[in-house]
Design a protein around this ligand. Sequence first.
Ligand code: F6P
Length: 520
Amino acid sequence: MTNPAAAWTVLEAAARKDAQTRIVDLFTAEPDRLERLVVEACGLRLDLSKQPWSRAGLAAALDLAAAAGVEAARDRLFAGEAVNVTENRAALHMALRAPDGAGFQALGKPVSDAVETVRNRMRAFAEAVRAGEILGATGKPFRTIVHIGIGGSDLGPRMVWRALKPLEPQIALRFVGNVDPSDLAQALAGLDPETTLVVVVSKTFTTQETMANATAARGWLHAFLGPDGDANLAAASTNLEACAAFGIPAERVFGFEDWVGGRYSVMSAVGLSCAVALGWDVFAALQAGAAAMDDHFRATPLAANAPVLLALAHVFNRNGLGRPVRVVEPYAERLGLLASYLQQLEMESNGKRVTLAGEPVARATATAVFGNSGTNDQHAFFQMLHQGTDVIPVDFVAVARADEGPIRQQPILLANAIAQAEALMAGSPNAAEPHRHFPGDRPSSFILMDRLTPKTLGALIALYEHKVFVEGVLWDICSFDQWGVELGKTLATRVLGELQGGSAGAHDPSTAALIERLKD
Ligand code: F6P
C-alpha cells in the first residue's frame, strides 16, 4: 500500500494538473462525471461534480484516503478507542443516536445502556413538560425555555431549533450564550418566571460565561419565586456534583460522558431543550437521521461514501489548490445557523498545527468557514465569490420541497441556488468590458435535501461530523481536543482579577493600558 506522504505528493500533482482544465470542460471529457460524482445517502443528494477534480484527481484523493488509513481509523472511532489521544478519550457521539441495544463501548467499557437510560429520562421529562405534568414552582405549566450554554452547548441546539421550530410553538425556546449581560437581559425580557424553565447546559459546568449567566438567571427566578424557583431549573452536564451544588434537583439533571465532545453533543442531553420544545418524536427522528448517516459512513466503500467524498473535495481545494476559506451557504432560511455551527465543528476540531505525535503538520489544516443564507448573501459577499481575487469554494445546501404553508416562493429560492453554482463554475467571458467579466471555474458542492425534516437534518449534521473526522485522519491531527481555547480563558481570569482591583500583573504596554483604562 502507498504510504501517506507519497499519496499526498500524487494528490498535489494531480490537483496542479487538474487546475489546467476548467471544471466545466471536465463534463465533456468525462461523460460519466455526473453519475460518478453524485451520491445519494439518507435523504441527501450530494453533487460533487462541480469540484475541480478530474477522474484522475478523484482517484488520487481516494488513494490518499486509503493510504492514510481512513477505514481503519473509522473502525477505531466506532470501536470506542481513544481517538482523542491528548485526553485519552473515545469520541462516541454515534452511540447517542444509535437504536437501543447498539452495544457501543468506550475504551472497552459498555456505554449504550447508560445512554438509553438518559434518553428514556429525557423522553419522560420532555413528554411530561409538554403534557403539563411537570410544572413550575407555583404549579403553572412551562411556556418558555431559556437555554443557557456556549460553544458546543449552544450552537447545535440553537441551529436545530431554528431549523425545525414550529411556526407557533407550544413551548418557546430562547438561547443565551454570551456573557454580555445584554444577551441574558434580552432572553428574559417579557418572560414570566412562573412559566419559564431555565436549562443550564455545560459539559464541564465550570465555563465562566455559562456559570455567570446561570447564576444571574437563577437570581432572576429567586427574585420572583424565592428559593422554590430552583424547581424551574434543569441541567445537562457531565459534572453531576456541580449541578447538585448549584441547586438543580437531581431528577432535573441529565448526564452524559466525557466521550461526547462539546461540538458533537447536540444529540446528547445537551439537546434537552430541543427535545422538550420540539417534542420527543422530533428529537428521536433527528437522532435516527444521524444514525442512518453513521451506518452509511461505517459501511459504505470510500468511493461512494458521502462524508469521505465531501472531505476529499474540501482537502483537494485546501491542500491541492491552496484555498484557505470556504463558504457554507444554505438556501434555506431555517438553516441560517449552519455555517456558525460548522465554524465550531470544523475550526475547533481541525484548527490544529501539530500531528497526533506532536510534530508540526506537513500541510495546511482546517479552512475558515463562513456563510449565512442565500439569497441574502448574494446581496452581500457574493460579489467577491464571483469576481474577487481569491477562489472561495462553496457548499450549497438546498431543500427541494418546502413546507411553509401557503407562501409559494420555493422555486425562486431554488433557482437562485442553482444559478449561483452554475455562474460560479461557468463564468461569463467579457473581454470588451473587464468589469463585467466573470472568470468562472469556481468550485462548489451542492447538497440537496429532499425536505428539511428532523431526519434529513440529523443526517446533514452527521455528514459534516464524519467529514471533519476524515479530514483529521488525512491531516493526522487530533480532531477531538481544543487546547487552543485554554490560553485565552486563563488570561481572561487573570485580567478580570485586575479589572476588579487586584494587583497589576506583567503585561505588554498595550494590554496594561487597556486594563488601566477599564478597571473599577
Ligand atoms: O470553547 C471551548 C469549549 O470547551 C468548547 O469546546 C465547548 O463546547 C464550550 O467551551 C463549552 O463548554 P461547556 O459545555 O463545558 O460549558
